[in-house]
Write a protein that binds this ligand. Structure first.
Ligand SMILES: Cc1ncc(COP(=O)(O)O)c(C=O)c1O
Length: 377
């Protein structure tokens, strides 16, 4: 009864850890969750107020599939302000979360057996998105230091897309300009699309965030993905967007209009408030993430665990030197600290784990203590 397409998708490797963490918390155990990829901050007040206002004003009807004109226009302004590019409404699509923008973009462009290049390790949902359209993922290892990768050795006549995520989940790497220039050269020379997932663009502590669209000839072949979940602590609202060529957004729009129709009406008004309102809330959250990152790095240094030094996002990818699934299970059972096994993110990181520091300073301090005890035992 089940389609080949659905069967091709593996259950999330992180599911058993997160459901176990929830179960232990229900039993009253002092679980510290460093497994989840969501800010622990409540959405800023002016954004909540905008949604409430929209509801009170009766903004409860269907909206255009592309998104409400006010939000589309705010995104056009955002593109000029943040990326220095001129885009039209026709280049924009507002989606229920960045994840759905990624899914639509892949659905709209990748054919059966097309190859999609992913850097190893990468965020957990890219591979299933490609599998759902019967595309083929080609994993490319990072070079030493995680800031470069030999893409040129893996590109072929079948390559349709390269997926770049900077700052990256799970590494926290902010890819340097010379790597993105290489991505640009390969994309242009081989006529390949670049899906640039920029959802952590505002959470940068060191280095400079560079988007592929800042290079010549890249605007047409880049599908830029962004969203509100991480920058504005709006994970549950489900709001994201994509900027791409008119041709690509036109086809994403067809998929959207015949599936989810559009993102929730009043949530889109909250999105307008987020983009047009004061960005001080973002600065404050990023400053707090930086303090937490530094705490966690110091703690791991003291324990003597190796990690990829994160320059952005809110994750730390840590080498624990043994099977990551077992490590995470035992860490949760014995010390009630939830982490994500590295095996969820690619092929070569079976002995690494991802710790999310989107949790309070007290939690991070306590998690370091428990981790140290766990390692010593
Ligand atoms: C790299 C990356 N892209 C996309 C998403 C999805 O974000 P959204 O909540 O907007 O769907 C996430 C969320 O974890 C992410 O880490």
């Amino acid at each position: 009864m089940i389609s080949r397409r659905a069967k091709s998708i593996q259950p999330s490797a992180t599911l058993s850890i997160s459901s176990k963490a929830k179960e232990l918390a229900r039993q009253g155990k002092p679980v510290i969750n460093m497994g989840v990829g969501e800010p622990d901050f409540v959405t800023p007040r002016h954004i909540i107020d905008a949604a409430v206002k929209a509801l009170n004003e009766g903004k409860t009807f269907y909206t255009p599939a592309r998104g409400i004109p006010e939000l589309v226009s705010a995104i056009v302004d955002w593109a000029k302000r943040e990326r220095g590019i001129d885009v039209k409404d026709e280049n924009v699509i507002v989606t229920p979360g960045a994840k759905y923008a990624i899914f639509e973009a892949i659905m709209a462009t990748v054919e059966e057996n097309d190859e999609v290049i992913l850097l190893d390790p990468s965020w957990v949902s890219y591979e299933p998105c490609v599998q759902m359209v019967s595309g083929k993922v080609v994993w490319v290892p990072h070079s030493e230091g995680f800031e470069d990768a030999p893409l040129e050795d893996y590109v072929s006549s079948k390559t349709k897309m390269i997926i770049i995520n900077s700052p990256s989940n799970p590494l926290g790497v902010v890819y340097p300009k010379n790597f993105l220039k290489k991505v640009r050269d390969i994309a242009v020379d081989h006529d390949v699309l670049v899906l640039s997932d920029e959802i952590y663009d505002k959470i940068v502590f060191e280095g400079e965030f560079v988007s592929p669209v800042s290079f010549d000839d890249m605007q047409e072949r880049t599908i830029m993905i962004n969203g509100f979940s991480k920058t504005y602590a709006m994970t549950g609202w489900r709001l994201g967007f994509a900027i791409a060529s008119e041709e690509i957004t036109k086809h994403m729009l067809r998929i959207q209009s015949h599936s989810v129709s559009h993102p929730t009406s009043f949530v889109q008004y909250a999105g307008v408030a987020a983009l047009k309102g004061s960005q001080k809330c973002v600065e404050e959250m990023v400053a707090e993430f930086r303090v937490r990152r530094d705490m966690l790095m110091r703690g791991l240094d003291e324990i003597g665990l190796r990690y990829a030094p994160p320059k952005g996002a809110f994750y730390m990818f840590v080498d624990v030197g043994r099977d990551s699934m077992e490590f995470c299970k035992e860490l949760l059972e014995r010390e009630y600290v939830a982490a994500t096994p590295g095996s969820a993110f690619g092929k070569a990181f079976n002995t690494w784990i991802r710790l999310s520091y989107a949790t309070s300073r007290q939690n991070i301090e306590e998690a370091i203590r428990r981790l140290a005890r766990f390692i010593e035992a």
